[in-house]
Design a protein around this ligand. Structure first.
Ligand code: ADP
Ligand code: MG
Length: 580
């Protein structure tokens, strides 16, 4: 239970600001996250860690010499936006390229990927290293789909040390990927974590039970079992961790016994008393093991065991000194010290200048009303959407959609006041949505709305065919970014029947309002029908079985939004000669 907060929606931002004030000797807050206060005077690869908030000391606590150059800080359990990643990268970039390092979650992959495209277009060399250490989240045959948990720390540490030692971008990436391939984690939870201001934990376990295979976003364990003794728990974690020993691995390992947020250090020490002897008995030398909190999950009670099989080059990087707010190892004298940081480059773009036709201005007003209707519906449904997402995902869908639509409506109104037409109004709404909502759905909705706006343009009001084409652009962009197909149990399951119905009926003529309502009905039915499916994409995939019986949250919200937007968006230009 989090007890100290103001407006829960501001919790992550306020926590970051407080952290940056406290550690102002080491870090500096920039738009989207934080970077090192001081950086080397000569070119150096910038290692940027990232992800949602709620995992302290990951990720901002790990900024400093020998570790990260900066952290991109999203909202709680929510991927940062592409804009955030871009702006932190611009502030941290130091002449030798940028590498984003993060756990393998769809929202993060898309947002860091889009930021990377933008940086590359500006001539900055950029790479991504994904962490996939959680053996419970997918079988070995699908190791690339696994999510990142406490192994984030090992991979970041090794990459940070390599960059500090002067390795070039390709080498830092190679070492990060090698460390990831040699890292395995397995965790268990005893009690769920609770969002600031939420009335109940994201998930619960029966008293005296433990969930094995938890994720760091409160994803429940893969199965629940009676709470074992410390010795039994230690045996379980070690045997599962070692069961996936990489082929040809050496006998020296880095080990992390990680507390998830509200597990006492003393409890971890008791557990260590089983874990360490078992690992040694298996023939391993433990190299600088860590016992403590390195990657947490708000106030979750639980623990994870991470093992990284070291070779010579990985060991020297794992044991290299580091000095960050949350983590110190070895001599601190390695701080570059020779140069102060420069001020972060100003990433804010110049003010937009809009030129729009009269028809498009009038239709922009309808678009704003449509967004307003969506806003009302999403506020009303916030809790329900969060509950749907908590069944097999991370429970943030309601909150993310509300943050997104709030930002979108504000940005749309701002652009309209400056003279924007329908296209620019929706593009501004999309950009703001992507920036503020975070999460997979936030990226997709943001990019989709921008594509919708670009398709409409700013000339005249659309006719029904142009409206159908704009909806098709929205859908295409979402499929292009998310790669989901019908049946994967995502928003695409509601989107495709919507666009198909709309296109079919638009060709046949008929009143736009009725056509849209029929398409929205098809989307709603399809969203409900996703209850029977098992998710094949997104955060819910590892818990596919638990999701059966519950409709997909993203499909549900999409159907809802399109339903309430209809009466406004269908106020389209009538063909010449039409009577209504
Ligand atoms: P996150 O999954 O990052 O926490 P949200 O909870 O806001 O983001 O959104 C979850 C929804 O996103 C899912 O219910 C699903 O409809 C949608 N989604 C997830 N992955 C994809 C994808 N690859 N393509 C399309 N939609 C997706
Ligand atoms: Mg979610």
């Amino acid at each position: 239970m989090t007890r100290i907060f103001n407006d829960p929606a501001d919790f992550a931002e306020e926590a970051l600001a407080g952290f940056c004030d406290l550690h102002s000797d080491l870090v500096r807050q920039v738009p989207g996250g934080a970077v090192r206060r001081r950086r080397s005077a000569s070119p150096k690869v910038a290692v940027l860690a990232g992800g949602g908030s709620g995992h302290y000391p990951a990720f901002a606590g790990l900024i400093g010499a020998g570790l990260a150059d900066g952290a991109v800080v999203g909202n709680i359990f929510t991927s940062p936006s592409a804009q955030q990643a871009y702006s932190v990268a611009k502030a941290a970039e130091n002449g030798a390229g940028v590498v984003f390092a993060y756990g393998n979650y769809a929202g993060d992959v898309m947002n860091f990927g889009m930021a990377g495209e933008r940086l590359a277009a500006e001539g900055i060399a950029v790479e991504n290293v994904l962490v996939t250490d959680d053996i419970a989240s997918a079988p070995p045959s699908e190791a690339g789909k696994r999510r990142g948990i406490a192994g984030d720390f090992t991979v970041f540490k090794i990459m940070g040390a390599a960059a500090e030692a002067g390795a070039n971008l390709a080498d830092v990436v190679r070492l990060g990927r090698k460390a990831n391939q040699l890292t395995r984690s397995i965790g268990s939870a005893f009690h769920g974590c609770t969002f600031p201001g939420a009335a109940a934990p994201l998930f619960t376990l029966k008293d005296g039970e433990m969930g094995l295979g938890l994720g760091i976003h409160g994803e429940p364990g893969l199965f629940d079992t009676e709470l074992p003794s410390a010795t039994e728990l230690g045996r379980e974690l070690v045997s599962r961790g070692l069961a996936e020993t990489p082929q040809g691995a050496g006998r020296r390992i880095a080990v992390i016994l990680n507390g998830l947020g509200s597990t006492k250090h003393e409890e971890l020490f008791v557990l260590w008393l089983t874990v360490a002897p078992l690992l040694r008995a298996a023939g391993y030398t433990l190299v600088m093991p860590e016992v403590g909190e390195l990657v947490t999950s708000l106030d979750m009670a639980g623990v994870s065991l991470t093992v990284t099989w070291l070779d010579e080059e990985l060991e020297s990087l794992w044991t290299a000194p580091a000095e960050t707010p949350a983590y110190r190892r070895g001599a601190a004298a390695l701080l570059p010290g020779s140069a102060d940081t420069e001020e972060a480059p100003d990433c804010a773009g110049a003010a937009d200048v809009f030129g729009a036709g009269e028809g498009s201005r009038a239709y922009a007003d309808k678009c704003i009303a449509a967004l307003g209707a969506a806003r009302e519906a999403l506020h009303e449904a916030e809790q329900r959407l969060g509950d749907l997402d908590a069944v097999a995902g991370d429970g943030d869908h309601g909150r993310g959609m509300v943050r997104g639509i709030d930002a979108a409506t504000a940005a749309a109104a701002g652009a309209f006041a400056q003279g924007a037409g329908a296209g620019d109004v929706l593009a501004a709404a999309g950009d703001a949505w992507a920036d503020k909502a975070g999460g997979t759905s936030g990226v997709l909705w943001g990019a989709g709305l921008r594509a919708f706006g670009e398709s409409l343009g700013d000339g005249q009001a659309p006719g029904v065919d142009e409206l159908a084409a704009a909806v098709q652009s929205f859908a295409s962009r979402i499929v292009e970014l998310g790669h989901a197909e019908v049946g994967d149990k995502t928003m695409v399951d509601a989107l495709v029947p919507f666009t198909d119905t709309l296109r079919r009926l638009a060709h046949g003529g008929g009143a736009p309002g009725l056509i849209w309502a029929e398409a929205a009905g098809a989307a709603t039915a399809a969203a409900e029908a996703t209850a029977a499916l098992r998710p094949r994409r997104g955060r819910a995939r590892p818990l596919a079985e638990k999701s059966v019986g519950t409709p997909d949250p993203g499909a549900t919200s999409l159907a809802m939004i399109f339903s309430v937007m209809g009466p406004h968006l269908t106020a389209v230009r009538q063909p010449a000669g039409a009577s209504s």
